[in-house]
Ligand binder design. Structure first.
Ligand code: KIV
Length: 271
C-alpha cells in the first residue's frame, strides 16, 4: 500500500525530509490549469512546468524556442490550480546561461509573475555564477545534469550521457558543486543507473531521475508521454500508463459519427 505524506503543502524542506526518511518523491510535468488540478488532487509531490512544453504544447523539435513569457503563461496557469504540490518552473534556454544578472532577472520574473515555488536550471560549473546569484536572492533552485536538452546542439544526440569515465567524473563534481552551492534538488536525466545511485549517495539534496534507474530519491516523467498522448517518443525508460492518443481519437470519431447522423443532440440534450 502506498502511504502518501500528510502535509498541506510540499516545500523544499519536506523534500529533504523525504530523502532522509527514504520516501520516494513523485514528480510529473504539467503546463496548464486542467491537468495541474488532476495531478494536485492525486497528491503528486512536485509539478514541473518543464520547457518540454516547447515540444509537447507548441510542437517545436527542441526545447530551445520557448520564451520566458511563454513559460510564465504556462506556470501561472498551473499555479492557479495547485494547493499542495511544489511547483517548479524551467528557466528557458537563453535566459540564464550568459549573464548572472540577466539570470536573476529571469528567475525573479518567474517567481513574481507566476507565483511558482522554485526554478530549474540545466548545467553545472558553467552556470554556477547564475546559480549563486539566484540563490542569494532567496529563490530555490532545482538543478539538472546528464542529458540536458537545452544543449542538444552541442551533444548532437539524445543518447545516454556520462557513459565514459571523464563525463561521469565531471557529472559527479558538478552535482557536488551544486549541492554545496545550496540547490534543493537535482534532476538526473538519462545516465547509467550506477552513476545516478552514486550521485544520490554523495549529495545531501534529493535526486530526481528520468532514465536514471531506481537508486535515486524520486522519479519524473513528462505527463503526455506517460499517458500515451505523445506517440513517436518511446525511450526504454518510459512506462506508459495509458494510450490516450487512441482513446481521445476514438471519442472524437464517435462524436463525428453522432453529429453527422444527427444522433447528437437528442431530445434530452436540447432546450
Ligand atoms: O522539461 C522537462 O520536462 C524536463 C524533464 C524531462 C525533467 O526537464
Amino acid at each position: 500500500m502506498t502511504v502518501l505524506r500528510v502535509v498541506n503543502k510540499i516545500t523544499t524542506h519536506v523534500l529533504r525530509e523525504m530523502k532522509l526518511q527514504g520516501e520516494k518523491i513523485a514528480m510529473l510535468t504539467s503546463y496548464d490549469y486542467s491537468t495541474a488540478r488532476i495531478l494536485d488532487n492525486a497528491q503528486i509531490d512536485v509539478i514541473l512546468v518543464g520547457d518540454s512544453a516547447s515540444n509537447v504544447m507548441a510542437g517545436h523539435k527542441t526545447t530551445l524556442p520557448i520564451t520566458l513569457n511563454e513559460m510564465i503563461y504556462h506556470a501561472s496557469s498551473v499555479v492557479r490550480a495547485v494547493s499542495r504540490a511544489l511547483v517548479v518552473v524551467d528557466l528557458p534556454f537563453g535566459t540564464y546561461q550568459g549573464n548572472s544578472k540577466e539570470a536573476l532577472n529571469s528567475a525573479i520574473r518567474i517567481m513574481k509573475e507566476s507565483g511558482a515555488d522554485a526554478v530549474k536550471m540545466e548545467g553545472g560549473s558553467e552556470i554556477i555564477e547564475s546559480v549563486n546569484r539566484i540563490l542569494s536572492a532567496g529563490i530555490p533552485i532545482m538543478g539538472h545534469l546528464g542529458l540536458t536538452p537545452q544543449s542538444i546542439n552541442k551533444f548532437g544526440t539524445y543518447a545516454v550521457r556520462a557513459t565514459d569515465d571523464d563525463e561521469a567524473q565531471k557529472l559527479l563534481e558538478d552535482a557536488i558543486l551544486l549541492d554545496k552551492a545550496g540547490i534543493f534538488a537535482l534532476v538526473l536525466e538519462k545516465i547509467p543507473a550506477k552513476l545516478a545511485t552514486k550521485v544520490s549517495q554523495e549529495i545531501k539534496v534529493p535526486t530526481i531521475g528520468i532514465g536514471a534507474g531506481s537508486g535515486v530519491d524520486g522519479q519524473v516523467l513528462v505527463l503526455h508521454d506517460m499517458l500515451g498522448i505523445t506517440q513517436e517518443f518511446s525511450p526504454r525508460y518510459l512506462r506508459r500508463y495509458h494510450n490516450l492518443f487512441e482513446e481521445i481519437q476514438s471519442s472524437v470519431k464517435s462524436y463525428i459519427r453522432d453529429v453527422k447522423s444527427v444522433d447528437f443532440p437528442n431530445e434530452r440534450e436540447q432546450y
